[in-house]
Design a binder for this molecule. Structure first.
Ligand code: ADP
Ligand code: ASP
Ligand code: MG
Length: 449
């Protein structure tokens, strides 16, 4: 195991000069931190995704590029001497402009990844320079040389063995000499093409890199001092959780708690790397430790909310007391590589929700070819504009009255689908997006306050 930590800083933590300076201070205060993984500056990936989707209006496109320049030049303007990086950032802005034009003609997932990767590539030029100016022995490293992935653009999966080998060869020796500043979110495939791990993927990158260098700790620095009982933006009385188990935190991330990308904890769990989540704005306020085993296992731990859900309901009256229907449905879905999230069935119907993980965003769609093939088996109804709420806890399905407490609170809400019992750690349900925040608030008040 390496004796150093990996620290990841999210978009708001590197939003401007002051925020980046706070990151530098956190690094200075812990000599054990040798590897820094940075997101793009706050707002930048949203702009890049919009451009990657093809902005045909020239005026709008120019406006977005102007905003990008403004964000980055603003920080560079506050450096003592930005000359060493100016040309590099300029070249990346030019690249964005060229690729944005190409996206108007053909917006492919591959092009999107090349384009959105420019955000992290720019922020790391600036952050490493800022750290150097403060006297830190920082060096910028292009993580695409190490983080090797498949070619599933927009939601690439890492090649763990190739990543580990490259890290050992290229990254570990560098960390022994320097504080290495590198990009979250991005990687490269066997062809050398740039890939991304999906929105919010910098957390996952940091964990993969920590695994690859066998780091002794992973710090996720964000804009809140830890993992809360629910998103504090939704429920102002939400409170930070001092320590939480890997399995509880993974459930939270899986079910949409934006604080961690869903896959973040897999690498940390594989290598038993303790994870700390804290606020770069208030590093001394403490935060959450995610560990293998923790002292408490409360019945209700946290609430997570995931918007933009698509529910597909498949009905076939002939399914009554017949067999093979579910197998047929899932064969079609597997053939079209449609990843299913939640499932409930009745005698004659099955409802399921579709996974959403890729960088381009938007509600997950059932592709036309899949729809047509399913329609040969049954009627298909697709409903969008839904939200998934997950209540995460311990032994819920074995504790009398826990479901009643939840559903009594939700009496006034229209619940579309419920999944309960398959896991003792969660209870999930779908409802209309407009009602979701209100439902989270009501549940939080009842169960946590
Ligand atoms: P970063 O840019 O640092 O990755 P994100 O915006 O992706 O930050 O994630 C941090 C945000 O996650 C918080 O500002 C908060 O609104 C949201 N969030 C959602 N669920 C939780 C939770 N359970 N605890 C804390 N924050 C949460
Ligand atoms: N910059 C990327 C995003 O905004 C990745 C990340 O910040 O985690 O989704
Ligand atoms: Mg994030």
């Amino acid at each position: 195991m390496s004796a150093f930590n990996v620290a990841k800083f999210g978009g708001t933590s590197v939003a401007n000069f002051e925020a980046m300076s706070r990151c530098a201070e956190i690094i200075e205060n812990n000599p054990q931190t040798r590897l820094v993984v940075s997101s793009a500056c706050s707002g930048v990936t949203n702009i890049l995704v919009e451009l990657a989707n093809g902005v045909k209006d020239d005026v709008r496109r120019a406006e977005l590029i102007k905003q990008l320049k403004h964000i980055h030049y603003n920080i560079m303007g506050q450096l003592s001497d930005a000359s060493a990086i100016e040309a590099r950032v300029d070249a990346l802005i030019d690249k964005v402009a060229t690729l944005s034009e190409a996206a108007c003609i053909d917006a492919t997932a591959k092009l999107t990844d090349h384009l959105v990767a420019c955000g992290e590539r720019m922020s790391t030029h600036i952050l490493s320079r800022l750290m150097q100016e403060r006297g830190i022995n920082a060096v910028r490293f292009d993580i695409r040389e190490v983080l090797k992935t498949d070619s599933d653009f927009g939601k690439a999966e890492p090649n763990l063995e190739a990543t580990r080998a490259a890290a050992e060869h290229k990254l570990v020796p560098l960390c022994n000499e320097h504080v290495v500043v590198t990009q979250g979110f991005i990687g490269s495939d066997d062809e050398g093409d740039t890939t991304t791990l999906g929105r919010g993927g910098s957390d996952y990158s940091a964990a993969l890199i920590a695994e690859a260098v066998q780091a002794s700790g992973l710090e996720i620095w964000t804009d809140v001092p830890g993992i809360y009982t629910t998103d504090p933006r939704i429920a102002p009385n939400a409170r930070p959780i001092p320590e939480i188990s890997f399995s509880e935190a993974s459930e939270m991330a899986n079910f949409g708690a934006k604080i961690l990308h869903p896959s973040t904890l897999l690498p940390a769990l594989r290598h038993q790397i303790p994870v700390f989540v804290g606020s770069s704005k208030a590093p001394r306020e403490g935060g959450t430790w995610v560990k293998q085993s923790v002292q408490s296992a409360p019945l209700f731990r946290a609430l997570a909310l995931r918007n933009n859900q698509t529910m597909v309901t498949l009905r076939n009256p002939k399914m009554f007391q017949a067999y093979g229907f579910l197998a047929d449905v899932f064969t079609v879905l597997a053939k079209h590589k449609i990843s299913v999230d939640l499932v409930t069935t009745s005698e004659v119907s099955v409802s399921l929700t579709l996974d959403q993980t890729d960088t381009a965003g938007g509600a997950p769609q059932l592709p036309q070819a899949t729809l047509e093939e399913l329609q040969q088996l049954c009627t298909v109804e697709v409903k969008q504009g839904l939200s998934l709420i997950a209540l995460i806890g311990n032994n819920m399905s074995e504790t009398k009255g826990s479901a009643a407490e939840v559903f009594d609170t939700l009496d006034d809400f229209n619940i579309r689908m419920i999944c309960y019992g398959a896991s003792p750690h969660n209870l999930c349900f779908l409802l209309d997006e407009q009602e979701a925040k209100q439902a989270v608030k009501a549940l939080h008040e009842e169960l946590f306050e």
